[in-house]
Design a protein around this ligand. Structure first.
Ligand code: DC
Length: 209
């Protein structure tokens, strides 16, 4: 079983890179951010506390995201849910419930898992740990294109979420020991994917020889 952990801030290209790396390797893709978004969505819809719903949900966090069997891939990317997810992710009870779910999934095969705390908390023994980053203006530009939104608004909101994600008391965003920091500013998508796949090949080669 091989686990590839890809962490980093919003807009660094984690999702597209992780998805393509998983496709190239034939691994299963896990979008852990989608799980925080699902908790935020379920809590909003039910008017319940995120910590109370977190343990009750069945979430499939792949390319298509299923919440209790319902397809919510687009819905969880709405701005209100994006904002709520960042707050939900600061709750230690929610984190504990989701980390538990993630560990159970990762025990079942070969995975490319992306998020903020995969290599620091969820799977510190991952075979390959990558911290993907890019400069803030570049990340905001990419997100603005993806969302069809105004770049300066995206940049301002991104700064608030970056600050919250990296200074929160529980599992703040930071590179794990032993991770490879990959700055994607100025790199083409296929170059980033090649580098990550290369790291996986090297790690597997090191095990075989
Ligand atoms: O990657 P994303 O934007 O879909 O993540 C949604 C929110 O969840 C974001 O505020 C960061 C947080 N998150 C987290 O705290 N830990 C993770 N492993 C993944 C996401």
């Amino acid at each position: 079983m091989t686990i590839v952990a890809i962490d980093g801030p919003a807009g660094a290209g984690k999702s597209t890179v992780a998805r393509e790396v998983a496709r190239r390797l034939g691994f299963t893709y896990m979008n852990s951010g989608a799980m925080y978004r699902c908790v935020a969505l379920a809590a909003t819809e039910r008017g319940a506390e995120p910590r109370d719903v977190a343990t009750t949900l069945a979430i499939e966090p792949g390319e298509q995201v299923l919440l209790d069997g319902r397809e919510v891939t687009a819905l969880i990317r709405e701005p209100a849910i994006t904002e709520a997810a960042s707050r939900v992710a600061a709750d230690p009870s929610v984190r504990a419930a989701l980390v538990d779910m993630q560990r159970q999934m990762l025990a079942t095969g070969d995975w490319v898992a992306e998020g903020r705390d995969i290599a620091t908390v969820v799977a510190p023994d991952a075979d390959v740990k990558v911290f993907l980053t890019a400069d803030p203006a570049e990340r905001a530009r990419r997100r603005a294109v993806e969302l069809g939104a105004d770049r300066s608004t995206v940049l301002a909101e991104q700064a608030i979420r970056d600050e919250r994600d990296s200074t929160r008391e529980h599992s703040p965003l930071k590179p794990a020991p032993g991770s490879v920091v990959l700055d994607t500013t100025g790199l083409r998508f296929d170059e980033v994917v090649d580098r990550v796949v290369g790291l996986v090949d090297r790690a597997r080669g090191a095990v075989e020889h």
